[in-house]
Design a binder for this molecule. Structure first.
Ligand SMILES: [Fe+2]
Length: 387
């Protein structure tokens, strides 16, 4: 018998305008004095007011920590912890993309457990639960608001560390698609492919379960149906709403199953070359799907059918061939570059491939993949996607 352990936030509030309920949600998870974790752009653009105005109006005490960066680092987390401990806060509100949410999770973990972030990287346990976090995503992508993971780059080694467990769960998530209406094209496309990758990887993972399957299937169907519309028509509210819900569902799927080889190989590309996470996933997804399809033909064929790419009347082999074509076409349509076209230095990329392969394997994600690669096979895949 296979036993699946399912984690979700205690509370998820979903819908246009839901962010206005932030003060009530915070109260329901026990917060009375919050540190709001976000980035500089959310402050300078005025977007943060969507969360802070309702807090102020409700008379909730809060301050703002806006020093988070893309690909959050241990330095930023440690600065955030110092701020958290100096202010006597009893809760956190994260507002932004995956980076502020991951930073807030790591701050909660590190403040409660002490030491250095690397002590808690997978597979190490996190002994103590930290402060309750209300996570409010402004992108439809990472699913961090509902996952048991945070990804933090170790400043000393450039390693993107995976940290996982109940203490990494937000207490509550507010999923408000109206916050995504102003996302620019590239961010919309990259985050959409990230969430599609979450759904596919959750479904083909060795850790898949019927519960996660249901979320993955509905998420991949919705994402594939809406991904071109949401990129071409930024103000298409129906597409934005569909993508936001699907990104959260894909997050719940992989949090309760896993991601796999695409994410394992994507993190080092992000860490060394600062390629946005969804974009590095996109660079890898078609080649890794081709590499793996033979090991889980039925599962990949299901993906093709659920996404509406193949009909029920074709063989698994044909369905998977159609899936590969569709993923390559999607990358072309969404203007996904190769690492070379992105402008990465060739000599550095080639020389770092063995290190990236080591880090990919060390993250544990490739072990969940239907075809577990050797280090040399990972290097070969990095070489294959280069140009
Ligand atoms: Fe991801």
């Amino acid at each position: 018998m296979t036993i699946a352990t399912i984690l979700t936030p205690r509370m998820i509030v979903i819908g246009g305008g839901a962010v206005a309920q932030v003060a009530d949600v915070l109260k329901q998870v026990g917060g009375t004095r919050a540190l709001v974790v976000t980035d500089k752009f959310m402050v300078s653009s005025g977007k943060l007011a969507a969360a802070t105005d309702p807090l102020a109006k409700a008379g909730v005490a809060f301050d703002v920590f806006s020093d988070t960066i893309e690909d959050p680092t241990t330095d930023v987390v440690e600065a955030g912890v110092a701020r958290l401990q100096a202010g006597g806060y009893d809760s956190l509100v994260a507002f932004g993309g995956g980076s502020p949410i991951d930073t807030a999770k790591a701050m909660s973990v590190l403040a409660a457990n002490g030491g250095r972030m690397r002590q808690y990287k997978v597979p190490n346990p996190i002994p103590k639960q930290g402060l309750p976090l209300v996570a409010i995503p402004t992108t439809a992508g990472t699913g961090s608001e509902v996952t048991r993971f945070t990804i933090i780059t170790d400043t000393e080694t450039d390693e993107k560390m995976l940290i996982a467990g109940v203490p990494c769960m937000a207490a509550a998530a507010i999923v408000d698609y109206e916050l995504t209406l102003t996302k620019p094209y590239r961010l919309t496309a990259d985050t959409a492919i990230d969430s599609l990758t979450h759904a596919i990887e959750a479904y083909v993972s060795k850790r898949a379960s019927p519960h996660a399957d249901a979320l993955a299937r509905t998420a991949m169907a919705t994402i594939y149906r809406n991904i071109r519309a949401v990129c071409a028509e930024p103000q298409n509210r129906a597409a934005r709403e569909a993508m936001m819900l699907a990104a959260t569902q894909a997050g719940m799927a992989f949090s309760n199953s896993s991601v796999a080889l695409v994410h394992g190989m994507s993190r080092p590309i992000g860490a060394f070359f600062h390629v946005p996470h969804g974009l590095s996933n996109a660079m890898l997804l078609p080649a890794i799907t081709a590499f793996s399809a033979g090991a889980a033909l039925g599962r990949y064929a299901d993906c093709a059918r659920v996404m509406g790419i193949a009909g029920d009347d074709v063989s698994d082999q044909t369905a998977v061939a159609m899936l590969l074509d569709a993923l390559r076409s999607l990358n072309a349509d969404l203007k996904v570059p190769t690492p070379k076209a992105y402008g990465i230095d060739e000599a550095r990329y080639m020389s770092l491939m063995p290190t990236m392969a080591e880090q990919a394997l060390a993250s544990g994600s490739p072990n969940n993949h239907p075809r577990v690669p050797t280090r040399d096979e990972i290097v070969a895949l990095y070489r294959q996607v280069w140009a």
